[in-house]
Design a protein around this ligand. Structure first.
Ligand SMILES: CCC/C=C/C(=O)SCCNC(=O)CCNC(=O)[C@H](O)C(C)(C)COP(=O)([O-])OP(=O)([O-])OC[C@H]1O[C@@H](n2cnc3c(N)ncnc32)[C@H](O)[C@@H]1OP(=O)([O-])[O-]
Length: 661
């Protein structure tokens, strides 16, 4: 039982109320044994906690995931679980919403027995054995709370953790408050639980998180403009895969494949690189084996320098250096080395997948599989199809993503695909704000206060500033031979901030060099500190270019950065790079640290109000006519003119034939 039907939350509820039902079971004189197979989540686990005994199958999983839906476990979960397993363990499960295995549930004391056999049959036998035992001690609601001496301290720490995890989300904090009420007598604790639930139930955050839940499932039902889609295309089995290029991304991808039980050929061209990769990959895998306490066959991965092993694989994922010429050459080689049916995938984050496909003898079997760093942790995968990708190739990449535990989103090929395409105007605005008077920490703190996992400058330092520098050089925006403008710099006719290029020229490439937009404890350091050098550099830059710094408020930072990103999102929809705006929200929430409790950028735009987004973009465009990304998109204007329809109706308003595919 995986809990309430989440769809029911947005319409009148039917059926008996859960709390009196659970109370009645618990108060009954007949012993009730919960037999748990598969999942016991949310209301499912709360029902089991109202039973007098719990027997779980060894493969069962238990959890209270309500927090991920913007809610608290409000059918007595916040009152019974701390009584059963103590405050610290209950707080951990309820604030994180994480699932525990049956084995861990036994250790925690949530279940009485774990079985390899049919849990129902074992439960019946168990019930017979306890039929004469008194039930008084089995009713959790009557147990006195297990209050340790340092409970105040534990609750305080949990609250701090909830704030930190939540980044503005209400539910984690409400979870702590509800559990805190478990020190009171049960009926008073329940009143507090209900009060907090009523506050959350109707909240915009709960609606947004429930939208995220369904969006992450909706993107699995992908379709392509040619009519191919998830239910008319068949994925091929992947019996063996290869990863070529074992830098950070390649190593992470190889780890993902092995963890999913897929044999991997891990290939490099240089012996030293290969050995370095072998050490890192094996260490990562051994860590996972210990963490997951699972038997994993570490022999699933074979490290090699030899291309001949590629003949045996069903799919190759290329993760070499981001250089189009290098990748094209590799794809041409793969075409002759691999079996004619082998799928050729690229992990490029922004290069033209069509050009790579053209370099091969099988353009229909070429797709992008864009993983996000660290590849073994981030749940997002962009599957990039070209105009020639076959439905089978897309279906296989989507299915493989699912096996790897990712949420895969099918997107059409375009520069930067979806995520990085929308990111560009956002990063660009941040640079302009520095020119106009802000500091990196002011911009980042506004964005982090909004709920983003990391501000734009901290994120750039983490990824490495040279990544964007290389892209800008390739696009002809900077580098030798590119004319440098006067005053505010202009490239290709538009305003261009060279600040990031100048920082790179100083050898400041971010965390890896110990300095970038911030100062770190040393190369590879993680603790970002404001850097007086950067402040002086910005002041000097403004002085040389005659820019009068002004005070820039949090609202302007958010509107300029976020609305520019959202505006590009509307352009992505106009170009039909994806079939539905939910895809953009999934990509941003899972891949870019966008706060899930706002639903994602496009959902957030709807909540803020499309007329407001349009109005503010129009205002900023008047002030900065030389920034094209602030010019409102045609789709945004059209939607506002049509009375701002809800997000699921946006695509109806895109003119036929506007697709670039
Ligand atoms: C006072 C009240 C107290 C109680 C509160 C609660 O219990 S709060 C609830 C606390 N419970 C949770 O938060 C549990 C949420 N659910 C999960 O974590 C997972 O779905 C799973 C582990 C149950 C199955 O994973 P899996 O990878 O095997 O499968 P999958 O994930 O792809 O889903 C398959 C289909 O089922 C659909 N669907 C699933 N669950 C629900 C639902 N509860 N409702 C509605 N629909 C649901 C899902 O949309 C999809 O539909 P589609 O796209 O085919 O039309």
């Amino acid at each position: 039982m995986s809990g309430a039907d989440i769809r029911e939350f947005s319409r009148p509820m039917t059926g008996p109320a859960l709390v009196p039902l659970i109370d009645a079971i618990e108060a009954g004189e007949k012993p009730v044994v919960a037999a748990i197979e598969g999942m016991a989540l949310g209301g499912g686990l709360e029902l089991a906690l109202g039973c007098h005994y719990r027997i779980a199958h060894s493969k069962a999983q238990l959890g209270l995931p309500e927090v991920t839906l913007g809610l608290i476990p409000a059918a007595g979960g916040t009152q019974r679980l701390p009584r059963l397993i103590g405050f610290p363990a209950a707080l951990d499960m309820i604030i994180t919403g994480r699932r525990v295995s049956a084995g861990d549930a036994l250790k925690l004391g949530i279940v009485d027995q774990v079985t390899e056999r049919n849990a129902g049959e074992v439960a019946v036998a168990f019930a017979r054995s306890v039929v004469d035992c008194p039930l008084v001690s089995r009713r959790l609601s009557t147990w006195p709370p297990l209050c340790p001496a340092d409970l105040d301290n534990i609750l305080q720490m949990a609250l701090a953790r909830a704030w930190q995890r939540g980044r503005g989300a209400l539910a984690p904090v409400a979870c702590v408050q509800a559990v805190q009420a478990a020190r009171l007598p049960y009926s008073q604790g329940m009143q507090q639980e209900q009060k907090l639930m009523s506050m959350l139930f109707a909240s915009p955050q709960a609606r947004a998180l429930q939208y995220c839940f369904f969006s992450q499932r909706a993107v699995g039902k992908w379709s392509m403009p040619n009519g191919a889609c998830w239910d008319n295309s068949t994925a091929r089995p992947i019996r063996k895969a290869a990863v070529i290029g074992l830098g950070t991304m390649g190593r992470g991808i190889a780890v993902c494949l092995v963890l999913a039980g897929i044999p991997v050929i891990a290939m490099e061209t240089d012996e030293k690189q290969l050995e370095a990769a072998r050490r890192v990959v094996m260490a990562l895998l051994e860590k996972e084996v210990q963490k997951l306490a699972v038997g994993l066959h570490l022999g699933l991965i074979h490290f090699t320098l030899e291309q001949r092993y590629l003949r045996e694989v069903d799919l190759v994922i290329e993760a070499v250096f981001e250089d189009l010429a290098l990748k094209k050459q590799l794809f041409a080689e793969l075409s002759s080395v691999c079996h004619p049916d082998t799928l050729l995938c690229t992990n490029t984050s922004q290069l033209d997948v069509d050009q790579l496909a053209t370099a091969t003898s099988r353009p229909d079997l070429v797709v992008g599989m864009h993983f996000f760093a660290p590849a073994n942790k981030i749940k997002l995968l962009e599957v990039v199809f070209t105009s020639r990708s076959s439905p089978e190739a897309v279906a296989t990449a989507m299915q493989l993503g699912k096996w790897l535990g990712k949420v895969s989103v099918a997107v059409a090929n375009c520069p930067g695909f979806v995520g990085n395409r929308m990111l560009r105007p956002y990063v660009e605005q941040a640079g302009f704000l520095l020119e106009e008077g802000a500091t990196p920490e002011q911009v980042d703190s506004a964005l982090e206060h909004f709920g983003l996992a990391m501000g734009v400058f901290r994120m750039s330092d983490l990824s490495g500033l040279d990544v964007g520098w290389r892209v800008r050089k390739a696009a002809g925006l900077t580098g030798p031979g590119v004319p440098q403008g006067q005053l505010l710099q202009t490239q290709q006719g538009y305003r261009y901030s060279p600040l990031a290029d100048l920082i790179c020229q100083k050898g400041r490439l971010g965390q890896k060099t110990g300095c970038g937009w911030y100062l770190y404890e040393g190369p590879g350091g993680h603790m970002a500190r404001p850097d007086p050098w950067v402040h002086a550099f910005l002041e000097e830059y403004r002085r040389v270019h005659g820019l009068q710094p002004r005070s820039i408020g949090q609202q302007e930072v958010l509107e300029r950065c976020l609305f520019a990103l959202i505006n590009e999102g509307f352009r992505v929809l106009e170009d039909r790079i994806v079939m539905d705006p939910v895809a953009l929200d999934v990509i941003y929430v899972l891949g870019y640290g966008w706060p899930a409790h706002t639903g994602g950028p496009m959902y957030y735009a709807g909540e803020v109000g499309l007329p407001r987004v349009l109005g503010r973009l129009e205002y900023y465009q008047r002030v900065h006519p030389d920034i094209p990304h602030l010019r409102p998109s045609a789709l945004l204007r059209q939607l506002v003119a049509k009375g701002s329809p809800p997000i699921h109706k946006w695509m109806w308003h895109i003119e036929e034939g506007s697709s670039r595919l």
